[in-house]
Design a protein around this ligand. Structure first.
Ligand SMILES: Nc1ncnc2c1ncn2[C@@H]1O[C@H](COP(=O)(O)OP(=O)(O)O)[C@@H](O)[C@H]1O
Ligand SMILES: O=C(OP(=O)(O)O)[C@H](O)COP(=O)(O)O
Length: 404
């Protein structure tokens, strides 16, 4: 891979030069309170190095999945505030992405200053399927930073073929940021120097996205443990009722295929045997422990149950390598955090190379008070890590290759 990196850019000299940085600042929020600032902290070193070298730093990032138009619920304002605190210098938030406010803010930047553009997904062209639309937005972003360079540092989003991740690298001299390189370096160990048994644990709520990686993972892993919101599509595919639990009804056939393929390949596919079935999606919802095969029609599974926790921990105890993405339940609610805690504790206890990936999974580990050094690596990217482990090319990395 011939990719220029941040050090190359710094050694070219950036004083008074614009640098557009794509970071992943997609943090969990409760109202306007950031519940875990891990991604902001992870983005900091690149921004700091560029500012210290006298660049005019323009940061672009997304928050959540707004519908391609401005939506105050997804403003990056809390992130700009946190970034300012961590940086110890004011980071202005432009009121838009490529409009008058962005032009004014970037135009007023002094050497060493940092500006954050408003949520890049407020513009429908960012995530558009139409490459011409994405290219147009990339050109508008580039116009904000005349004579500038681009640093790709948002590891959590490198699997997305989006304007600020992919097309932008064709219109500005492009460099890989330290975070992207560091993350790829660790993940390489899971592909090039893999110790077996190799277990992957999947959960979380981005079920449709992450079902897509399973076909490939089945060719690589010894054990696949499925919990979280992902488990119910598997239970349903086995013919069980899942009540009002999260379900990807249009992918049941695909999941039946995974079950058959796992059996054929001798991959141990482990599903929950019991779940906490709640009356509603709420922190104080009444719930009961039920067999995973007998979820009442009016209930939804919000966590894996005690027998499943033991089962999962047992399957992880003698693994040599574990990759985990996606909480086992709605860990944000104390009553439904036990399954996630059990898996996290099993990883800490295991004598294995352990990687946790994903915004919420990493947040869960920290919020539940587990020691960060109990894991070999905590990655900022869930989907990005999974697609790398699948052996897929990551658009945000491909875009950097052979540039400059
Ligand atoms: N059984 C479940 N039902 C609904 N949501 C769930 C369930 N289990 C986990 N979740 C939710 O999944 C979310 C995280 O999913 P995801 O974004 O896929 O993980 P990550 O950010 O680590 O990649 C959390 O907010 C959690 O509440
Ligand atoms: O949170 C993210 O990914 P993750 O949940 O897979 O870790 C990234 O910010 C990417 O967000 P997206 O999945 O909405 O493209």
């Amino acid at each position: 891979m011939t990719v220029k990196n941040l050090d190359d850019l710094l050694s070219e000299g950036v004083r008074d030069r614009y640098v557009l940085v794509r970071s992943d600042l997609n943090v969990p929020l409760e109202g306007d309170r950031i519940t875990d600032d891990g991604r902001v902290r992870a983005a900091l070193p690149t921004i700091e190095q560029l500012a210290e070298a006298g660049a005019k730093v323009v940061v672009t990032a997304h928050l959540g999945r707004p519908k391609g138009e401005p939506d105050p619920a997804f403003t990056l304002a809390p992130v700009a505030k946190r970034l300012s605190e961590l940086l110890g210098a004011e980071v202005a938030l432009a009121g838009d992405l490529v409009g008058d406010s962005a032009e004014a803010c970037t135009g007023a930047l002094a050497a060493g200053g940092v500006v954050l553009l408003e949520n890049v997904r407020f513009d429908a062209r960012e995530t558009s399927k139409d490459a011409a639309g994405r290219a147009e937005l990339a050109a508008e972003l580039a116009a904000l930073v005349p004579g500038g360079a681009f640093v790709s540092d948002g590891f959590g989003v490198v699997h997305r073929k989006q304007a600020s991740v992919y097309e932008i690298a064709s219109v500005l001299p492009a460099y890989a940021g330290g975070l992207v390189l560091a993350e790829l370096d660790v993940l390489k160990k899971l592909t090039d120097d893999l110790k077996r048994p190799y277990a992957v644990v999947l959960g979380g709520a981005k079920v449709s996205d992450k079902l897509g990686v399973i076909a490939n993972l089945l060719t690589k892993v010894d054990r696949l443990l499925i919990g979280g919101g992902m488990a119910y599509t598997f239970l349903k595919a086995q013919g069980h009722e899942v009540g009002r639990s999260l379900l990807q009804a249009d992918q049941l056939d695909q999941v039946r295929g995974f079950l058959a393929e796992a059996e054929k390949r001798g991959v141990e596919l482990v599903l929950p045997v019991d779940v906490l079935a709640a009356t509603e999606f709420a922190a104080d919802a009444p719930y009961e422990v039920v067999d995973a095969t007998a979820i009442p029609a009016d209930r939804q599974g919000l966590d894996i149950g005690p027998r499943s926790r033991e089962l999962f921990a047992g399957k992880l105890a003698d693994a040599a390598t574990v990759f985990w993405n996606g909480p086992m339940g709605v860990f944000e609610f104390e009553a439904f955090a036990g399954g996630t805690r059990a898996v996290a504790e099993a990883l800490v206890a295991a004598d294995a190379f352990t990687v946790v990936g994903g915004g919420d999974s990493a947040a869960a580990v920290r919020q539940l008070g587990l020691p960060e050094d109990g894991f070999s690596h905590i990655s900022t990217g869930g989907g990005a890590s999974l697609e790398y482990l699948e052996g897929k090319e990551l658009p945000g990395v491909v875009a950097l290759e052979g540039k400059n």
